[in-house]
Design a protein around this ligand. Structure first.
Ligand SMILES: CC(C)(COP(=O)(O)OP(=O)(O)OC[C@H]1O[C@@H](n2cnc3c(N)ncnc32)[C@H](O)[C@@H]1OP(=O)(O)O)[C@@H](O)C(=O)NCCC(=O)NCCS
Length: 187
């Protein structure tokens, strides 16, 4: 039995342990972590629990960020980290979490989401390479892994108005999208 639900505060240690296994303890030095400051977005931070003991088997988190777009700031999400217990990989848990969380993000009205990950894994969800649209992370990134998913009208306008678009940690002031969740998840 697999249950997908929102992360709660008691999951923090188990998630940390999965992340250490999946990405190593030096993961915090990656550029994308500069965008993961403060709490993740509670309504989009999901876990998968498996078995009769409902053991935590997978986690996905999102952070808010700001994208400079000329004079305006676009509210955006950064997907990840996504991690699945090695013993449970290849059973669809990762894809289920991505699909479920993006569906929720769409319902909340998020129009822009970034990810640094394998293109073959994320392209089925509408992610395309970010570099051609001018997106720039605050540090080095492997460009073929840097992808963006945008609502069709937004993607069109990004194409029509080529410019450098810096991705910055969420300022907390840009108008964004209201979250439906109420609990705060530890980073
Ligand atoms: C990558 C990861 C999240 C996938 O989760 P999962 O539950 O095993 O994956 P699913 O069972 O949902 O999906 C399996 C599919 O993903 C593909 N896949 C698995 N790991 C992959 C990887 N690292 N890169 C690209 N594709 C991958 C499989 O080939 C399979 O493809 P298919 O659907 O075309 O057959 C998991 O392997 C993991 O936690 N890895 C360590 C941490 C990590 O690399 N996270 C991803 C960050 S982008």
């Amino acid at each position: 039995m697999i249950v997908i639900e929102k992360e709660n505060a008691a999951d923090a240690a188990a998630i940390e342990s999965l992340l250490n296994i999946g990405f190593g303890e030096d993961r915090l030095s990656k550029t994308v972590y500069k965008l993961r400051q403060g709490p993740s977005v509670p309504s989009l931070s999901l876990v998968a629990r498996t078995g009769f003991d409902a053991k935590l088997g997978a986690s996905i988190r999102f952070w808010r960020c700001d994208v400079e777009n000329g004079d305006e700031i676009l509210p955006a999400l950064v997907l990840g980290p996504l991690v699945v217990d090695p013993a449970l990989q290849g059973k669809g848990l990762g894809r289920t979490l991505v699909a479920r969380a993006l569906e929720e993000a769409d319902q909340e009205g998020w129009e822009l989401c970034l990810v640094v990950g394998e293109a073959s894994y994320y392209s089925p969800y509408g992610f395309v390479l970010a570099e051609p649209y001018g997106f720039e992370l605050p540090g080095p990134v492997d460009q073929p892994r840097f992808q963006v998913r945008a609502a069709p009208d937004l993607l069109r306008s990004l194409t029509e108005e080529p410019m450098a678009r810096k991705v910055l940690p969420w300022s907390g002031t840009a108008s964004g999208v209201e979250e439906s969740g109420d609990a705060s998840c530890a980073a």
